[in-house]
Design a protein around this ligand. Sequence first.
Ligand SMILES: Cc1ncc(COP(=O)(O)O)c(C=O)c1O
Length: 376
Amino acid sequence: MKLFDVYPLNDITIVKAEGAYVWDDANQKYLDLYGGHAVISIGHTHPHYVKRLEDQLHKVGFYSNSIKIPLQVELAEKLGKVSGKEDYQLFLCNSGAEANENALKLASFYNGRKKIIAFKKGFHGRTSLAVAVTDNPNIVAPVNQTDNVIFLPFNDEQLLETAFSQNDISSVIVEGIQGVGGINVASNTFLQKIRSLCDQYNAVFIADSVQCGYGRSGKFYAHDYSGVNADIYTMAKGMGNGFPVGAISISPKIQPKHFMLGTTFGGNHLACAAALAVLEIIQQDELMKNAEVVGNYLMTELKKLPHIKEVRGVGLMIGIELPEELKMVKRNLLYNHKIFTGEAKPNVIRLLPALNISTLEADVFLAALAKELNNS
Ligand SMILES: Cc1ncc(COP(=O)(O)O)c(C=O)c1O
């Protein structure tokens, strides 16, 4: 059997990883500022993470949600504390798309409505409703098409108000910082407006924190900068540092009923152990603070480099927009300087490193980028 060929691949095979570095099968070392797409939050093969997973594997790896799993309760308590939403409720699943599916479905159960507001350039996943609220027709199959979704321009408060007044809105789904869309930050007043309209119309505010959440912005949820709470936060990526785990954190105003949501694998013992290990390190090593400090440092230094059109982002979620003709810089960083970065469009470099990278590692990247730009 062959692999179903859906990804263009770099000709690199990673065989070892530690902290902010990975090594290929020829023992070449790379600095990883991509984190496998914002997934590596506490660094590769973190010793505490490895030990917690290893210990758990020797006890019990999996049993279904038909029995008590105290690790889930421990995770809910810890996540409540670290995220500052102790009165919220946790539902565990396995991925970002699944978290968004559950959030949109729960919102519709809550108010009995169908219409969803989503935003231009937003990305929320590839499954049924998640892809329907994603602004990319190329990945929406005919079966996913629906007229229940209204796409509005990001950060446009006036059009939001109009859409609410003309439709029976169930929920609004919004990234705090658009990732795939090119690192676009939601303004505080925009998020505040979503909050007040959702309150006015009894709609549900869903904060997609799959990429921008889990401390990456310097706060636990990027939406926290606005000073208002969402009704549901969706999360995945950084949550398990590579172990597939996702979740939604649900406001106390939404009450559960048996069987309204469910999952076979979500919240299994190993996933909880991974998620707990991540939260323990985020808290113990003050990684949100580090994300803010190193993020600010990177943004300040990046703004001094030539040719860059714009630097956008918050904390360790940074987009560097280059002129179209410099779109090969990302590739050069990988092949000439052995540095992994992400991309949004080919000319927007995305930095999504582990939250514990140091300024020394940031300097290695800045020097490499400066060299590439000065030679252009
Ligand atoms: C903001 C956002 N939401 C949802 C998803 C989907 O997550 P997953 O790939 O785990 O299904 C992604 C993935 O890139 C994302 O960036």
